[in-house]
Design a protein around this ligand. Sequence first.
Ligand code: FAD
Ligand code: EPU
Length: 343
Amino acid sequence: MESHVQILENYSLRQHNTFGIEATASHFAALDRKEDLLDVLEYRHKLNEELFILGGGSNILLLDNLRKFVVKNEIGGIEVLHEDAYEAIVRVGAGTVWHQFVMHAVSRGWGGVENLSLIPGTVGASPIQNIGAYGVEIKDVFVELEAVNLENGTTTIFDHQSCAFGYRYSVFKAAEKDKWIITSVTFRLGKSREVNTSYGDIRKILGEMGITRPGIADVSRAVVQIRSSKLPDPAVLGNAGSFFKNPEIEADLYHELQQEFEGIPGYPVDGTRIKVPAGGLIEKAGWKGYRDGNVGVHERQALVLVNYGGATGLEISNLAERIQQSVEEKFRIRLSPEVNFIR
Ligand code: FAD
Ligand code: EPU
C-alpha cells in the first residue's frame, strides 16, 4: 500500500497542546493508519531525530522548540471483539478522542468509563498515566494494549500485569517510557446497572438532579457538570489539568501536619501512607488565583496552572518550581509534576 504520510517542517504545535504554548517541531506528521507506521520509522532514521508520539497534547508542557520528529496519533476505529448479555469487549484505535469513546460506550449502555467523561486527550494516552477521576481509573476496565516498538517496528501486546498500573502511573512512565507507540487499547465494559457514585460530588449533583436510581448516562452527565464547573476549558484558558500529582505521604508526617494546620484532608492509600489533595496545600500556601503576567494558578482549582495567553513553557515551569518550593517549605512535602515536560 502506498504511504500517504505527509511530513511537515518547522510546524507549529500551538494547536496541538492544551496549554496553547507556541513551539515548533522540526518535523511533524499525522498518522491515521497503522500500515504507515513502518514508513514513519524509516523516515525517522533518515532524519536522525528522536520520535515524539503526540496524542491530544493535554498532558504536556513544551519547554522549547522541539528538534524532534513529532508524530500525532490519529489511528481511529472502535471494534467490538465480543459482546454478550453481560459485557462488551472493545478494541479502540489509539487516536480516538477519549471522550468520544466514552460517549460511544454510554450511548450503548456499556458501563465502566462514564466516571471518566470529559477527560481530554486520546485513548492511546489513557494507559500511560492510568487516567482517573471520580473513583475510577482505566486500570478498572483495561484488558490489554497493542504497541509498536519505535526502534525495531515489532508489535507487542501488553497485558494488565505488564502495564504495572498505579496512581497516575504505568510502566510507560518508567522503564518503557518513550519506547513505544500505542496503537490500540482493549477494554472490558459491563452491562449491569451498577454505577460508581462513591465520590461525594457525584452523589450531591445526582441528588440536585432528583435522580435516585442513577444509570450510566446519569453518572456521565453528573461528571460533565462537575468538571465543567471546576476545571477551565483549554479552548478558553490554556491548561493541562492537574499540574501536580496528589502526594502520598507517611502517616507520621500527616499527623504532624494535622496538629500544625487546620483541615488538611487525607485518604489512606495503604497501611502507612495517606494521599493528600495537592490543591489544598497550594491554596493554603497562598497561590490560588495568583497571576504573574502570562501565567497563573486557576481561581477555582489551585492544582491547575494556566496560560492567560502568550506564555512560554519556561514561564509555566518557573511558576511550578516556585509553587513546589513554597509548598515544601510550609508542609515538608515535595510535589511531583503530573504533566510531562518536553524539550
Ligand atoms: P498527550 O498530552 O499528547 O501525551 C501525553 C504523554 O503520552 C506524552 O508523553 C506522549 O508521548 C504519550 N503518548 C500519547 N499518546 C501516545 C501513544 N499513542 N503511544 C505512546 N505514547 C503516547 N488526566 C486524568 O488522569 N484525570 C483527569 O481527570 C484529567 N483531567 C484533565 C482536565 C483537563 C482540562 C486537561 C487539559 C487534562 C486533564 N487530564 C486528566 C490529563 C490528560 O487529559 C490525560 O493525561 C490524557 O490521557 C492525555 O492524553 P493526550 O492524548 O492528550 O496525551
Ligand atoms: N482542594 C482545595 N483547593 C483547591 C483544589 C482542591 O482545597 O483549589 C482540595 C479540597 O479538599 C477538595 C480536594 O482538594 O475536596 C479534591 O479536589 P478535587 O475533587 O477537585 O480533585 P483533585 O484531587 O484536585 C483529582 C485528580 C483530577 C480528577 C479529580 C476528580 C490528581 C492529580 N487530580 O483532582 O485529575 O479529575 O481528582 O477525581 O489526581 C488530572 O489528573 O489532570 C485531573 C484533573
